[in-house]
Design a protein around this ligand. Structure first.
Ligand SMILES: Cc1cc2nc3c(=O)[nH]c(=O)nc-3n(C[C@H](O)[C@H](O)[C@H](O)COP(=O)(O)OP(=O)(O)OC[C@H]3O[C@@H](n4cnc5c(N)ncnc54)[C@H](O)[C@@H]3O)c2cc1C
Length: 448
């Protein structure tokens, strides 16, 4: 019996949308299912709304130093609920734009939760559909640990729906999401206490990024509790009490508690067992290098595979999978030199190997080129903001990794990444004439 569709995609986030849109080029019959708002985590409760809030927070930080640049009476009051309404409007516009793009491309959108009946059959809101190939792109959700009073805590999801700014905020978890929220909320005047199991925040990043961002956050007034985590939450007449364990063994009183303690794949209710699709112990869909699951006609992309949980990665995996299914040859991604950023203030960005990773692989043959300086903008202020740039090279001077903390780090590293991926050496950077005066030019001027 012929299938209803050539391709059925579950999830309209960056991974699912990219898969469906790429399959359109092959003239296929495509449907995509979505149980929530169109566009997934990124546009609804991740990258996009977050970046708008980062922009809003930057006004507060600029206002603090505007008088050094001759401005008087800047500042005024900030209306959180007005910002959130404006952000929500932007999100809705993007939801609609996604819908229109699907319509225009002839991709059928099915609203509701998809679950598997067998390897070729899925049910969405009581409608049974069959497809030759199926792509799982269901993303993930924030973790909340099982501790007493956890029902009083929120996750990143609810941060975007806060009715008002808290006066005192505790953030459990110093990964990039916790760090970004700590930075934004601090800029808005919220009293922020952040904690991490580790001595340093941003586990997985180069140690110089970890310590420079941590120092920058502390200098801005964020209280950081190292090697500390949450044990219990109690509701009190004044708000919430967070009982701590670890290095700091006491309790703090706050209004809101954000758990930014990682994310897990949305695979629990998919009935994957009906389709013969295996998941790992952590719930991630098991895939090979072509994103093929343990069932030959079913693929999985994006956060639900727990590879690199970032939008551009999900998007690229989606495109590659569509090419694998319908193109001439299977396509796989090169996960080396994936760039990533932390949109805190100070901002951080990275590409390639950290010093620790490079040392593990190449031992003492690697070389470190590092600089730290006060950026031009800050020299007119009383702030002590520093820029940190670091290049890790192998014995032949080929760049293995580049890491930066400071203004425009994400944009600078993004541009540098293309050249680094192409295999440039430190001498190639030295031989490039930069744009003056910029922060980025300093990457070309780091001494050996
Ligand atoms: C606060 C926050 C900030 C972030 N900031 C950044 C950033 O700055 N840069 C960056 O690159 N990444 C960022 N990310 C990560 C980024 O959002 C994800 O990596 C990306 O959205 C993953 O895309 P995806 O397609 O795999 O999944 P998602 O975007 O999560 O989409 C999955 C979709 O599948 C739907 N779905 C799930 N189950 C079913 C089902 N059974 N039936 C139908 N539909 C289903 C979900 O409703 C969802 O819409 C951020 C994430 C968060 C939480």
């Amino acid at each position: 019996m012929p299938f209803d569709y050539d391709l059925f995609v579950i999830g309209t986030g960056p991974g699912g949308s990219a898969t469906a849109k790429q399959a359109v080029f092959y003239g296929k019959r495509i449907a995509i299912a979505e149980q929530e708002t169109i566009g997934g985590t990124c546009i609804n409760r991740g990258c996009i709304p977050k970046k708008f809030i980062v922009y809003a927070a930057d006004f507060a930080l600029q206002n603090q130093v505007a008088s050094n640049y001759g401005w008087d009476n800047v500042g005024g009051t900030f209306d959180w609920s007005r910002l959130i309404k404006a952000v929500q409007k932007q999100v809705e516009q993007r939801n609609n734009s996604y819908k229109q793009q699907f319509q225009k491309a002839g991709i059928e959108l099915l609203r509701g939760r998809a679950t598997f009946i067998d390897p070729h059959t899925v049910v969405v809101d009581e409608r049974k559909v069959t497809a030759e190939s199926i792509v799982i792109a269901v993303g993930g959700h924030p973790n909340k640990p099982n501790l007493p009073g956890i029902e009083y805590a929120i996750t990143s999801r609810e941060m975007f729906q806060l009715q008002q700014l808290p006066k005192r905020l505790a953030i459990v978890g110093g990964g990039y999401i916790g760090v970004e929220f700590s930075s934004m909320m601090n800029a808005f005047g919220v009293e922020v206490t952040m904690m991490d199991n580790d001595e340093l925040i941003l586990s997985g990043f180069d140690d110089d990024i970890r310590s420079s961002v941590q120092t920058g956050l502390i200098e801005r007034g964020i209280k950081f509790l190292a090697e500390t985590t949450a044990k219990e939450i109690k509701k009190t007449s004044q708000g919430l009490q967070l009982v701590l364990s670890g290095e700091v063994n006491s309790a703090i009183n706050v209004d809101t508690i954000l758990f930014a303690t990682g994310r897990s794949p949305n695979t629990k209710d998919l009935c994957l067992e009906n389709a013969g699709v295996e998941i790992s112990e952590t719930g991630a869909v098991v895939v090979d290098k072509y994103s093929r699951t343990t069932q030959a006609n079913i693929f999985a992309v994006g956060d639900c595979t727990s590879r690199i949980p970032l939008t551009p990665v999900a998007r690229s995996e989606g495109k590659a999978v569509a090419n694998t299914i319908f193109g001439e040859a299977p396509t796989k991604l090169d996960y080396n030199y994936v760039t990533s950023a932390v949109f805190s203030r100070p901002e951080a960005a990275t590409v390639g190997m950290s010093e620790t990773k490079a040392r593990e692989k190449f031992g003492d043959a690697i070389q470190i080129h590092r600089t730290e300086f006060e950026p031009l903008f800050e020299s007119m202020t009383a702030r002590n903001d520093q820029v940190m740039m670091k290049i890790v090279t192998d014995s032949k001077s080929r760049i293995l990794g580049a890491h930066m903390v400071g203004e425009n780090a994400a944009d600078i590293i993004q541009s540098l990444a293309v050249a680094i991926k192409k295999g440039i050496t430190k001498q190639d950077l030295d031989a490039t004439i930069g744009i003056h005066p910029t922060t980025g030019e300093e990457f070309l001027l780091i001494e050996d």
